[in-house]
Design a protein around this ligand. Sequence first.
Ligand code: PGA
Ligand code: ZN
Length: 409
Amino acid sequence: MRIKSIAARQILDSRGQPTLEARVTLTCGAEGVASAPSGASTGAHEAHELRDGGSAYGGRSVERAVAGVNGEICAALTGLDVRDQRGIDAALIALDGTPNKSRLGGNALIAVSLACAVAASKAVGMPLWRYIGGVSGGRCPCPMMNVLNGGAHAANNVDIQEFMLVPVGAASFADAVRMCAETYQALKSVLRERGLSIALGDEGGFAPDLRSDEEALELLMLAIGRAGCIPGKGMAIALDVAASEWADAGEYHLPKRGERRSRKEMIEYFSRLTQNYPIVSLEDPLGEEDFAGFAEITRQLGDSVMIVGDDLFTTNPARLRKGIDACAANAILLKPNQIGTLSETIDAVRIARGAGYRLIMSHRSGETESSIIADLACAVNADFLKAGAPARSERTAKYNRVLAIELDW
Ligand code: PGA
Ligand code: ZN
């Protein structure tokens, strides 16, 4: 079970932008393949995504990252026991040698790190979630499905990035998928009847122009009712504000509406929304440097609402520890490519669990057909899996994989 060779190539992501796929081949003949997803509203503290510049693909090609895998990374890891994930990830981090993985690229590192885990799981004959989670893993998460897109993910006039369905009353993952898919179809007919656009945003949710955030929430409430769910009991709502995109000189500037708000006004606004609608989760309601603001909103709303750090933590164990010390947030979004290795993602999981934080395993807005994060969600018993709308194959690949895991397929 030693690494025989590692190779990478350039492929396309769901936005038609280049990304990197890595393949790890073992001496026993087993192979593992994994790819790097890519964000649009990325946090400032994420691992660096290495891109080439120049003219090909508008400067976004990843041939340098590919060359790093085929050359240096392959040479350094060949011969290692693939089951030593910690040793492999430590070698990748040391080889890169920068604090934010900028020399070889976080995109190269995460694809190789995950491909090693996939190869190892095949070599030992276990599904990936079992290999990573062991006997304690295997609980299926509750999905969080993004059905209305705004912010950096859509060309409409809505500033909040994601309006998500959370089927809190579902009896199983299959039931959760049905509830979300039915509500998504109901939302489509509600939009059609009102003459609103049913064009889709990057994560497969609808992206109509709307008068206000409240209008978006009212449309969701209508769709939830029409799908036969009870708002708040069967089906709840989650928002990803992605407010780091709004942070501007100590205040918030909503780029599409052109409004300005202070931190205090932001907290009051979201407090009002959570009183008026069955919102169970608020992701990045404030900017990525505002630990004090996160602590304040967690103090005010955290007993009844999940306050989720995405850009705030960037799946980074050091930033998560800082947040825990400051009582900022009570849940973490886990995006393996934000930190760049599987081992560091697992470290973030352990630290978050130790502090009683809820876990949300997440895709990126630019995705591939890979379903690895579905296995990761089940491996670490994540409370939630956020993987976009119940539509478009790069999103449904994740949900379909959990459906298989639930059935022991
Ligand atoms: P991104 O968005 O993948 O574009 O960063 C997803 C999110 O903010 O959760
Ligand atoms: Zn987010």
